[in-house]
Design a protein around this ligand. Structure first.
Ligand SMILES: [Zn+2]
Length: 115
């Protein structure tokens, strides 16, 4: 099996794991996915990410912070982030909203949609 290179650090390899812990509003979900052998970054499998979303909706806690991994891409003018479909739907985004981006930590950004 060829190991995938970690997109976060580009040094480690991604290995299959079945013990990724995601937390939504104090509720913990254990899912399958991949973890980097070098930096420890975790990537929840797409289907399991959906399971967490479904379970969270049933519990009525969906809509609160859940880390979704997305890869940035480059366009002619800069770096582009694709907003996950679920967030787009939940927030009823049309795609022409103005957003405020604040740097809130060493490697953390806060994105606020202006109403
Ligand atoms: Zn890594």
């Amino acid at each position: 099996m060829k190991l995938m290179k970690c997109p976060a650090c580009e040094k480690g390899a991604l290995i299959d794991v079945d013990n990724i812990l995601s937390e939504v509003e104090g509720h913990c979900f254990v899912t399958e996915g991949r973890r980097c052998t070098d930096c420890g970054e975790e990537f929840v499998a797409e289907k399991d990410g959906q399971k967490i979303i479904e379970a969270s909706k049933k519990l009525g806690i969906w809509g609160e912070p859940l880390k979704l991994h997305r890869k940035l891409s480059k366009s002619g003018r800069g770096t582009v982030l694709r907003i996950p479909n679920d967030i787009e739907k939940t927030m009823k985004l049309k795609g022409n909203e103005h957003v405020l981006i604040s740097k809130v930590g060493k490697n953390k950004l806060l994105l606020e949609v202006e109403s």
